[in-house]
Design a protein around this ligand. Structure first.
Ligand SMILES: Cc1cc2nc3c(=O)[nH]c(=O)nc-3n(C[C@H](O)[C@H](O)[C@H](O)COP(=O)(O)OP(=O)(O)OC[C@H]3O[C@@H](n4cnc5c(N)ncnc54)[C@H](O)[C@@H]3O)c2cc1C
Length: 501
């Protein structure tokens, strides 16, 4: 009917078939063992919900309301005991090496009961993403060794990521906005390192992390071209903790203020700066900065989508339970047609949210930063080789310049811009769609349950507070909508300009 070249020409038109049907392309390539592994992850999350999150979350939420200065480091310890901080770290870096997409399913499970617990764990992986995406294998190994030791000794070592500043939130997540924003965290190059001055705010786990990925800028007016990414450790001279926010929700995970006053960060903890970037690629420093952010958010925004989906599910499950236990006009509420339609809509929202974050993860598996780990031969090789092999044979290479060269080339130079756009765009689709869905389901549950939804044991009012915060987490939903336009729509319409206003 059509020649091969005709087919090619039609399917590459906007919207391009290849970009719109990722699951279709990836499904045959997916290692089968990933399904079993994901089932195990979900089972662990449900056990944790039964034994820890469900019994504790309301009590902890109440405590933090009564005393906003209270936070719960013992919960960070609890998650450490369960081994959650190394579960999704590759075996090469001493972790358990569970597949990355399973982290999102895990987040959905936890978030359906308590978004605070989900946040504590997932933010540690936000920190790990920032660390990994800089490509410095020596520093990754050093920090990951501490995380592993923390698990062995029972003294948790978790990682935060600090990019948001008192006067720049959305702005520091897009290079097009960065140079227009009011950025204040300054890095001054000195002999042997950088001196940092400035503050960061809203840093999840800031008070409970041993290591923090920190971003500062040598020229505050040209932040996009002068970013320095480094690791700072708790207790370093000049690095102090300020207050933590009196948050509306997700209260067991502190959102902290970090202050830097003449804080010296030695070169050995500097992961990325313009000079290092130029060593690995001829591309513009500014484009590489955007790639770095895009790859962090392409991994972490689907997880935030899973948070939103979990919130939607928590609200749905509360409403379903309520409707099945409550009488209305002499018969069970669940038998009223209008209630059934409402519940069906809430259920559909959960399924749609899940589709959105799974599709974003599929983009990462198929064309994103961890696609290599998800290819069948590599996946099974990593899965079945004993940990001693990684520790003794491969780990020493991580300290050598060749390790950093390879990982940096992989992240900074060898990825295609088209793949970068698909991954970050779908991460943003998941982020704003799922978090909006989370809020919508809470509102529907409250309408269906009336005053009862506000009662603590029904949790819906708590889930709504928790879910609303997600709409700003990892960039506002407005920013994420614009990112979708920029990444998935504008490339096909060269006249379209984003972030002009
Ligand atoms: C629960 C939680 C946890 C967080 N954890 C961390 C963390 O661990 N590490 C970290 O670094 N940060 C963290 N943040 C900060 C978060 O990433 C920022 O809040 C977010 O980037 C938004 O920044 P902002 O709050 O300064 O809002 P602003 O950037 O001030 O935005 C305010 C409003 O203006 C709109 N707006 C801003 N710029 C534009 C534009 N150019 N065009 C159109 N509209 C625009 C936004 O849509 C929004 O509605 C966290 C936030 C939350 C809520």
């Amino acid at each position: 009917m059509l020649t091969r070249s005709q087919v090619k020409s039609f399917i590459s038109r906007y919207p391009a078939f290849e970009d719109e049907t990722l699951a279709l392309h990836y499904a045959p390539r997916m290692p089968k063992a990933m399904v079993k592994e994901t089932q195990e992850v979900i089972a662990i999350a449900r056990k944790f919900n039964d034994e820890v999150a469900r019994p504790l979350s309301l009590e902890l939420d109440r405590k933090t309301h009564e005393d906003p200065n209270y936070f719960a480091p013992e919960m960070v310890k609890k998650c450490n005991e369960w081994g959650f901080y190394t579960m999704w770290v590759p075996k090469l870096f001493g972790g358990k090496g569970y597949n990355m997409p399973s982290l999102s399913y895990f987040c959905e499970e936890l978030a359906s009961v308590c978004l605070g617990f989900a946040n504590i764990i997932a933010v540690h992986y936000l920190g790990i993403s920032g660390l990994m995406m800089c490509g410095n294998t020596r520093i990754v190994k050093k920090v990951m060794n501490d995380v592993r030791k923390g698990e062995e000794t029972g003294d948790p070592c978790i990682i935060a990521l600090a990019i948001t500043e008192p006067t720049a939130g959305t702005d520091v997540e897009e290079v097009d906005l960065e140079d227009k924003g009011r950025i204040t965290c300054h890095a001054k190059k000195v002999n042997g390192g950088y001196i940092i001055n400035g503050s960061k705010i809203f840093i999840s786990n800031g008070h409970t992390s041993k290591w923090t990925v920190l971003y500062a800028y040598t020229d505050l007016k040209k932040a996009s071209e002068t970013t320095v990414a480094m690791m700072v450790k708790e207790g370093m001279k000049g690095f102090t903790l300020g207050t933590h926010e009196n948050k509306m929700g997700q209260r067991i995970c502190p959102a902290s203020v970090l202050n830097f006053e003449d804080c010296f960060v030695p070169d050995e903890l500097v992961m990325l700066d313009p000079e290092k970037t130029r060593k690995f690629t001829n591309q513009k420093v500014r484009d590489i900065k955007m790639r770095h952010i895009d790859y962090i958010v392409s991994i972490t925004r689907p997880a935030v989508g899973a948070f939103g989906t979990g919130a939607a599910r928590g609200a749905f499950e509360a409403a379903l339970k309520f409707a099945s236990e409550t009488e209305l006009d002499g018969r069970p509420m669940i038998n009223h047609e209008w209630v059934q339609c409402r519940l069906a809509e809430m259920y559909a929202n959960v399924r749609l949210g899940r589709l959105a974050y799974v599709e974003a993860n599929t983009a990462n598996q198929h064309r994103g930063v961890y696609n290599l780990l998800q290819m069948k031969p590599m996946y099974y090789y990593l899965k079945h080789m004993p940990q001693a092999y990684f520790d003794k044979v491969l780990s020493p290479l991580l300290d050598k310049p060749i390790g950093t060269w390879l990982l940096s080339k992989w992240y900074l130079d060898w990825q295609k811009p088209k793949d970068q756009h698909v991954c970050t765009g779908l991460g943003s689709v998941a982020k704003f769609s799922c978090t909006d869905i989370g809020v919508r389901n809470c509102q529907m549950a409250l309408e269906l349950m009336g005053q009862a939804g506000m009662r603590n044991e029904n949790r819906v009012e708590k889930i709504l507070r928790d879910a609303k915060l997600l709409q700003i987490y990892e960039g506002t939903n407005q920013l994420n909508r614009l990112n979708v336009f920029k990444s998935l729509i504008a490339p096909a319409f060269p006249k379209a300009k984003v972030f002009e206003d």
